[in-house]
Design a protein around this ligand. Structure first.
Ligand SMILES: Cc1ncc(COP(=O)(O)O)c(C=O)c1O
Length: 434
């Protein structure tokens, strides 16, 4: 290549003059900014954890040796059936069970899920395309949100809400419209109204019956109407059926999938955490619409390698052989419900006994309700009464004025909790809340 500036007298004039004063040179090294981790905006959008104050105090009290009666989390305290534990142990000694498993779950486990659906709800499912295993239903639910939602998409959710119903959508960059869950007919009317008036229309309806935290329940007709509305307005349905196996007084929680046409529009999540006492095992399922299941499978294929195979094998035994124990466990919760509800009623509280689920949803009595926030009331019960409960406000504004009391302690301790609550509330407050 020829140098076109060969005879140019200014050819070297753009060479820096090293003798010139270094006007812009810093005299000392700059003070480094303190090192900080900046989270993604999706994390910045999350509110402070509402149960943090309660959990911190609970932890401190336990460390100090206080005997706190814990009605906070819905974390079952009874063990799974011995045959299930035995199967886990033998499966764990088999060297072939320790590699990566299939992210959508082994075929025999998915087949066992379809058998339970057939037996319990008369629902026929294809185990290959219409069922997927999850690392607990919460994992499956959040990844389903990631598969379906994005910026500009809206989900209708119940109010008050189980936190992942709100934040699974938010983490997937979606928006949320929350609808009062207490009256099922009103809830459905609000779904129709929202679809009529919102543009673009909501993409998803999230439902959860028996409901956490409010314990609201529905009858099968509810899901017939949900399917009709879904087809009319073109939204998808996710039913969180976590409390499918915990019901009282002969009430049978209906499966969304037993409504005609449900598989055309949605899916249902179930779990072994509650009825089977296997919360720490992390076994859940999603069943229904094959396209939605495929979408969840795609996300899961990138994020996880499935559940430890020994757990899956033991879960098959639990589903196949321990149905009776699941029914007995419901009776245990029913006895605890009766002990707690009758105790609270004796204190003058207005409480409806739940027909299903693991919680009593109790309105805070006056004058306390008008005198302080739900959070402060829950903190008072813990601080002065050694009783931990979940303040309803932890489940959104719709839960203000209520407490969620879980039924994981035994009857005797629940009665003791009522006595401690009574003592703690013996001097009513002057009403001061703004
Ligand atoms: C309504 C609801 N959905 C899902 C879950 C999570 O269940 P899993 O243990 O299967 O993730 C819970 C647990 O408390 C729940 O209450």
């Amino acid at each position: 290549m020829t140098d076109t500036r060969e005879n140019d007298p200014n050819k070297f004039n753009d060479t820096p003059n090293i003798d010139a004063p270094a006007i812009d040179m810093p005299i000392t090294d700059p003070v480094p900014e303190p090192f900080a981790v900046k989270f993604a905006s999706r994390v910045e959008r999350l509110p402070p954890y509402m149960f943090g104050r309660i959990n911190n105090l609970l932890y401190q009290k336990r460390r100090a040796g206080d005997d706190v009666i814990d009605m906070g989390m819905g974390n079952p305290s009874d063990p799974p059936e011995q045959v299930v534990i035995d199967k886990l142990m033998t499966a764990a000694t088999d060297p072939t069970n320790h590699g990566y498993s299939k992210s959508n779950g082994i075929a025999n486990l998915r087949r066992e899920v379809t058998k339970k659906y057939e037996r319990k709800y008369g629902v026929t499912l294809d185990p290959e395309h219409e069922v997927i295993s999850c690392l607990g239903s919460k994992e499956g639910f959040s990844h389903m949100c990631l598969a379906l939602m994005g910026p500009g998409d809206t989900a209708m959710i119940p109010s008050p809400y189980f936190p992942v119903h709100m934040y699974g959508v938010i983490l997937a960059s979606g928006n949320v419209v929350s609808l009062d869950v207490a009256d099922p007919d009103l809830f459905l009317r609000n779904v129709a109204y929202t679809c009529e008036h919102m543009a673009p229309r909501p993409k998803i309806l999230i439902v959860n019956y028996p409901h956490n935290p409010s314990s609201a329940v529905i009858e099968p007709d509810f899901f017939v109407e949900v399917v009709r509305l879904a087809k009319r307005y073109g939204f998808l349905v996710i039913h969180d059926f976590a409390y499918a196996d915990v019901a009282f007084d002969g009430y049978k929680p209906p499966s969304f999938l037993s409504a005609k046409g449900a598989k055309d529009v949605g899916v249902e999540f179930t779990t072994m955490s509650k009825g089977y006492n296997m919360a720490g095992w992390r076994v859940g399922f999603c069943a229904g619409n094959a396209d939605m299941i495929r979408g969840l499978g795609t996300i899961k294929g990138y994020y996880d390698y499935g559940m430890f195979q020994a757990i899956q094998i033991a879960a098959i035994v639990a589903l196949r052989d321990t149905e009776e124990a699941v029914e007995k466990q419901s009776l245990i919760y029913q006895g605890r419900r009766d002990a707690l509800v009758s105790g609270l009623r004796r204190l003058g509280w207005t409480v409806n006994p739940p027909k299903a689920g693991m919680f009593v949803w109790a309105e805070i009595p006056e004058p306390w309700k008008s005198a302080m926030s739900t959070m402060d009331f829950a903190m008072k019960l813990l601080e002065e009464g050694n009783v931990a409960v979940s303040p309803g406000s932890g489940f959104g504004q719709g839960g203000e004025g209520f407490l969620r009391m879980s039924l994981v302690e035994n009857e005797q301790r629940l009665r003791q909790a009522v006595r401690q609550i009574s003592k703690c509330l013996s001097s009513p407050p002057a009403i001061v809340k703004a």
